[in-house]
Design a protein around this ligand. Structure first.
Ligand code: PLP
Length: 396
């Protein structure tokens, strides 16, 4: 069979191998502690679920406008104004089937064949694939713990060419938990405005910031950068609503219209019921979010403390999201559980097979030599997982 080039070139996620093996072990009855999940382990807030049920009972189960229902767009405008200092009109909002879908629409709307897209690494695995599907060329800038896994204006400037079209920013970031400060964003915004580079700002983890830090949207830094930015956000992570599939984008009307037209022919509207539930989530109460964030911060502190005691691990403190991105270069070439560690992939495999602990290798995020630990799992499970790793490393 001859499939189209664009799908032949999609790289299967390198994390899938480990994930499939972990699932196989669970099916065989082995108790695997998973640090690999990418969604909150909390339940969707009760009031939000109730709204979804109410929508079904009321027969709100038909097509809606392809770009989302007006009342949800208005609630998103309100949220962006009150929480992010951003003024948008409802015709500058697109509601999609998850932030992932909004991102895809944005790359498709802004990327021409051969355009270069600046992508700081470690990056979320979906970005390079979506960029390539849109005909773009990811220009990966590797970042390390020295710069807090954050892109500096110097590094950005050094990678610009006449073909540079877009910059992908993700703060707080998956997988490093990096949170950009206002000053850092200002410096990047200045360069983007000067060179007229569009910014796709993925802010899905905005609620999950710790140590009293503040989330800043780059679009809020002035009219010029706002014009160039597509703000992407959603309810998946903040309201534990990953399965409902509601995300959104805010940008200049012309960009949103192009994205909406594309969406209209690909998927039409996101699920009607989920839109009602998302509206309830945005309208609050917000207490469940605050409780979830407080719990995540405690888990982060505990996990970081335990990981820092492990031989060969170097563990920067993440400031947001629910991941720790730990350097494991110190273990390369060593034997663990009687097996040689050759790279982060082999280490993840050994930790799973010999320690019954699942983690995600950094290679999949464009940063070999790291492992990503998600703490979207209970403190008891984190403790048990860390006990297992400690025991495995001690007897090796
Ligand atoms: N952006 C980042 C950085 C993510 O980590 C994820 C999900 O893991 C998404 C976007 C997608 O979120 P959604 O569920 O809204 O599609």
């Amino acid at each position: 069979m001859r499939l189209a080039r664009r799908v032949r070139e999609i790289t299967p996620s390198p994390t899938l191998g480990i994930d499939a093996l972990a699932k196989q072990m669970v099916r065989e009855g082995i108790d695997v502690i998973s640090f690999s999940v990418g969604e909150p382990d909390f339940d969707t807030p009760e009031a939000v679920k109730e709204e979804g049920i109410r929508a079904i009972r009321a027969g709100f189960t038909k097509y809606t406008p392809a770009s989302g229902i007006p009342e949800l767009k208005e609630a998103i405008c309100r949220k962006l104004k009150e929480e992010n200092g951003l003024e948008y009109r409802p015709d500058q909002i697109l509601v999609s089937a998850g932030a992932k879908h909004s991102l895809y629409n944005a790359f498709m709307a802004l990327c021409e064949e051969g355009d270069e897209v600046i992508l700081p690494a470690p990056y979320w695995v979906t970005y390079p694939e979506q960029i390539r599907l849109a005909g773009g060329r990811p220009v990966v800038i590797p970042l390390g713990p020295g710069e807090g896994f954050k892109l500096s204006p110097e590094a950005l400037a050094a990678h610009l060419t006449p073909r540079t079209r877009l910059l992908v920013l993700n703060s707080p970031s998956n997988p490093a938990g990096a949170v950009y400060t206002r000053g850092e964003l200002e410096a990047l915004a200045e360069i983007c405005v000067w060179h007229q580079i569009y910014v796709i700002s993925d802010e899905v983890y905005e609620k999950l910031v710790y140590d009293g830090l503040e989330h800043v949207s780059i679009a809020s830094l002035g009219a010029d950068i706002k014009r160039l930015t597509v703000v992407v956000n959603g309810v998946s992570k903040a309201y534990a609503m990953t399965g409902w599939r509601i995300g959104y984008a805010a940008a200049e009307g012309e960009i949103i219209k192009a994205m909406s037209d594309l969406q209209g022919h690909c998927t039409s509207n996101p699920t009607s019921i989920s839109q009602k539930a998302a509206l309830a989530a945005l309208n609050g109460p917000h207490e469940p979010v605050r409780e979830m964030v407080a719990e995540f911060e405690k888990r982060r502190d505990y996990l970081v403390e335990r990981l820092r005691c492990l031989r060969g691990f170097s563990v920067p403190l993440p400031r947001g999201a629910f991941y720790v991105f730990a350097g494991v270069g110190g273990l390369l070439g060593e034997a663990i559980g009687g097996r040689q560690v050759t790279d982060d992939n082999s280490l993840a495999r050994i930790l799973l097979e010999e320690g019954r602990v699942a983690v995600v290798p950094g290679s999949g995020f464009g940063s070999p030599g790291y492992l990503r630990f998600s703490y979207a799992t209970s403190r008891e499970r984190i403790r048990e997982g860390m006990d297992r790793l400690e025991a495995l490393l001690e007897r090796s």
